[in-house]
Design a protein around this ligand. Structure first.
Ligand code: BTN
Length: 260
């Protein structure tokens, strides 16, 4: 079945945010919303402007990975102009708001895996990509990319079938993408307006991470380490305790949870 286009007017109906999602630009198909949104940010589009794609033909993930983004899912990017002090909290805000939007639209329980993967029963249902442009210590703009698997049938894609899931597969019925997006914008803006005091946001994110206390393998660049994920700090970095008792700080990378 071919999914109908997203309805921008339905997203806006009842959306009571001040700025997030008040300016939505919709494309039925794009290579990636990240590039189109960057062009808008360079033209000083209003903060909270969102670009949504019906499908992406070259969706991008973290660490130069591909993001599968066929029609029937959510693929969008949001423009922000935060202070530099707010940058570390963006990962936390977007993970918390995506998790909460999915839960309120579907009743499913989500998990957050460091730094910002949203999982359902251990399988990835949403991913977040943040790209900042910083010049001379000032943030020119931040682009928040969010992909949520709604109608995705992971069994149709062998590369992701073992690790990904989709919301409709999980609950066995259709899910309104418009409801999820509206609720995402609302919660995202509520948390974002709490900056620069991000300590409460940090604590809420830390307390929801399924990674802490687990045996993990962390990779970044050519490095790989194994240990226990002990804590996170307020910059969002993960502290891993190695077998020799030393503590390693992982600022950006990928973490796999190992069997206990
Ligand atoms: C990840 O988990 O690796 C991040 C995935 C981010 C996907 C979203 S979909 C909207 C935006 N456009 C992209 O090309 N990527 C992000």
């Amino acid at each position: 079945m071919v999914k109908k286009d997203l309805s921008v007017s339905s997203i806006k109906q009842g959306l009571s945010t001040r700025f997030v999602g008040q300016n939505i630009i919709y494309f039925p198909s794009l290579s990636s919303t990240m590039e189109a949104t960057r062009m808008e940010a360079r033209r000083n589009a209003p903060e909270g402007t969102v670009i949504i794609a019906g499908e992406q033909t070259a969706g991008r993930g973290r660490l130069k990975r591909t993001w599968f983004s066929p029609g029937g899912n959510i693929a969008l990017s949001i423009i922000l102009y935060p202070d530099a002090a707010g940058l570390p909290y963006l990962i936390m805000i977007v993970s918390l708001s995506a998790a909460s939007a999915i839960e309120s639209a579907t009743g499913l329980k989500t998990q957050i895996k460091w730094p910002n993967d949203i999982l359902i029963k251990g399988k990835k249902v949403a991913g977040i990509l943040i790209e900042n442009e910083v010049k001379g210590g000032r943030v020119a703009y931040a682009i928040i990319g969010i992909g949520i698997n709604v109608g995705l049938r992971p069994d149709k894609f062998s590369a992701i079938s073992a690790i990904a899931t989709g919301l409709e597969d999980e609950i066995g019925e259709t899910v309104s993408r418009e409801d999820i997006i509206r609720s995402l914008f609302t919660e995202f803006e509520r948390l974002y307006l709490n900056l620069p005091d991000g300590t409460l946001i940090f604590k809420a994110w830390r307390d929801r991470l399924i990674t802490l206390g687990q045996k993990v393998t962390a990779t970044w660049g050519k490095e790989t380490i194994q240990g226990i994920a002990e804590s996170v700090d307020e910059s969002g970095a993960l502290m891993i305790r190695l077998a020799d008792g030393s503590l390693t700080k992982v600022v950006a990378g990928d973490v796999t949870l190992r069997e206990k």
